[in-house]
Design a protein around this ligand. Structure first.
Ligand SMILES: *[C@@H]1O[C@H](CO)[C@@H](O)[C@H](O)[C@H]1NC(C)=O
Ligand SMILES: *[C@@H]1O[C@H](CO)[C@@H](O)[C@H](O)[C@H]1NC(C)=O
Ligand SMILES: *[C@@H]1O[C@H](CO)[C@@H](O)[C@H](O)[C@H]1NC(C)=O
Length: 197
């Protein structure tokens, strides 16, 4: 519990110290943070996946939802945002802080939080709603995917192998989303009211 509290207060401090980022600004800086997340997830590895062959599972990553060439700009932002929210939800738990190196976990959660803050001004609320009314909201696929991951962890009683499988899975889902981020920068200026460098 003490760890959760210290993480929470770190996040609160961070969100206040990060003020002034009012406009939507997706720069190189932004990319670096997400790259850091992959590096951190990699560093967090504690056991070899080869010891966990029986625990492997196909979580059915929604590949179409993150395929940069097929996803519209506004959707791309919502999808990335949802991935970050859901990843935090997996790792920001008591079970997670019991399982992982707390220093690395803390850095990961801080990085996720920073990236969420960067994306927040870029979210266009009513676009997402219009799409979900039409039954095409790609964030639903992302939510379903992460729900599968959380249920799996629970079912496996948060075993070391289950966490390892999940760490690897989320790391590769982050890597898959890089094409989405590249797409985002190529399509700069598609939306009115956004400042993009
Ligand atoms: C966007 O962010 C970068 C890096 O943080 C910063 O250098 C730049 O001034 C920002 N641009 C705007 C328009 O806020
Ligand atoms: C992404 O979409 C492009 C264009 O439709 C397609 O050629 C490519 O195979 C897709 N990639 C994945 C990984 O689904
Ligand atoms: C956690 O990771 C950090 C950074 O890699 C390392 O310095 C530290 O020794 C690790 N702590 C434990 C308890 O393994």
């Amino acid at each position: 519990m003490a760890l959760m509290l210290s993480l929470l207060s770190a996040l609160v401090v961070l969100s206040h110290g990060h003020g002034g980022s009012l406009g939507c600004n997706l720069t190189l800086n932004h990319d670096l943070v997400s790259n850091e997340n992959v590096v951190l997830l990699d560093q967090m590895r504690r056991i070899s996946l080869s010891l966990c062959l029986d625990d492997r599972k196909d979580f059915r990553f929604p590949q179409q939802a993150v395929n940069g060439s097929q996803v519209q700009r506004t959707q791309a932002i919502s999808v990335l945002y949802e991935m970050l929210v859901q990843t935090s939800r997996v790792f920001f738990t008591e079970q997670s802080s019991a399982a992982w190196n707390t220093t690395l976990l803390h850095q990961l959660l801080t990085g996720l939080h920073r990236q969420l803050e960067d994306l927040e001004p870029c979210l266009v609320q009513d676009v997402g709603q219009a799409e979900s009314a039409a039954g095409k909201d790609p964030t639903l696929a992302v939510k379903r995917y992460f729900l599968g991951i959380r249920l799996y962890l629970k079912q496996k009683k948060y075993s070391d192998c289950a966490w390892e499988v999940v760490r690897e899975e989320i790391m590769s889902s982050f890597s898959s989303s890089t094409s989405l981020q590249e797409g985002l920068r190529k399509k700069d200026g598609d939306l009115p009211g956004l400042t993009l460098n």
